[in-house]
Design a protein around this ligand. Structure first.
Ligand code: SAM
Length: 286
């Protein structure tokens, strides 16, 4: 994990000296905010321009069939129960200005998210919980490397029963679909995943938090769940591929890549977050 601003580290040519290209850039940049956070997020058009400027840098690092995956939360207008369109605008401009294709949009649904924005959700009760973030999978090519067989999900109970029974009513449905006799009887060891990914953010960082507590380090306040990084790393890369997270935070991406036998690089502006991230690797390297 390299300390410093991603734009400077990439631009210093440091990363281009590696003799291999990156297969997946998986990241969650600082969100556009109305108030400044500790790590100094930009706001408004300044944010859009800042994010877009990463496009050429990312593309210069990427394998021809590589992917860029950006997770971005919603933001709200200051003082009113109205959503800001800045996150959408940033993603759209990032895509268009950098001539990238939107391979697929995903949603990370986080049922464990605390109610927010509190003023409207808890006090005035005129909005519901803002409980998802957008994830945009982009690439310079229309058909980057990907394999949905690597991210199969458990079959539903009814599908499990059907597979056990080994038969179902074939023929024409009201929808006019013609269901063949055997179409649903092949056991593929799981169902094809949907694009809404539901993961709570409550588990898997116990040892990280313990480490931070012991070392008196402030834990990262915006950690994503392991499952989210795992999904995209397995879906879009193979073992020994290289994964890069420019806004590494607690280095969840690096930890997931390491656990899945991929190489990884992360950059992070805050030294404290880097020090904390070492807690993720205690069990791996000790
Ligand atoms: C949303 S957090 C990432 C959290 C991470 N996905 C995790 O699970 O721990 C964004 C991170 O980007 C870092 N950051 C902000 N500007 C940066 C920059 N220009 N270069 C590198 N890191 C930056 C912040 O310090 C923050 O830790």
């Amino acid at each position: 994990m390299l300390e410093g601003k991603a734009e400077e580290i990439i631009d210093r040519n440091f990363m281009r000296k590696f003799d291999r290209k990156v297969d997946l850039i998986f990241t969650s940049p600082p969100y556009p905010l109305n108030r400044k956070k500790k790590y100094g997020n930009f706001s408004g058009q300044e944010y859009v321009d800042w994010l877009c400027a990463f496009g050429p840098l990312f593309k210069s690092l990427l394998n021809p069939k590589g992917s860029i995956v950006i997770e971005m939360g919603n933001s709200w207008e200051k003082g009113s129960p109205v959503m800001s369109t800045l996150a959408l605008k940033s993603l759209l401009e990032f895509l268009e200005r950098n001539e990238l294709h939107l391979c697929q949009e995903f949603v990370w649904n986080n049922p464990a998210k605390l109610p927010s924005p509190a003023q409207w959700v808890n006090i005035k009760r005129n909005r519901v919980k803002d409980s998802f973030t957008k994830i945009w999978w982009m690439s310079p090519v229309k058909d980057p490397k990907a394999d949905n067989r690597n991210v199969l999900v458990e079959y539903s109970d009814s599908m499990k029963k059907l597979l056990k029974r080994g038969s179902y009513n074939s023929g024409k449905r009201i929808s006019q679909h013609n269901i063949g006799e055997k179409s649903f009887l092949t056991d593929n060891n799981g169902a094809i995943s949907g694009s809404v990914l539901t993961y709570g953010n409550t588990v898997s960082s116990d040892s990280y938090l313990k480490y931070c507590r012991e070392k008196n380090i402030t834990p990262h306040p915006a950690r994503m769940p392991y499952k989210l990084a795992e999904f995209f790393i397995k879906f879009l890369t193979k073992p020994d591929d290289l994964v890069y997270d420019p806004f590494g935070g607690s280095n969840l991406t690096g930890f997931a890549a390491e656990s899945l036998d991929r190489y990884w690089i992360s950059t992070e502006a805050s030294k404290e977050y880097i020090l904390g991230s070492m807690g993720r690797f205690e069990n791996i390297f000790s």
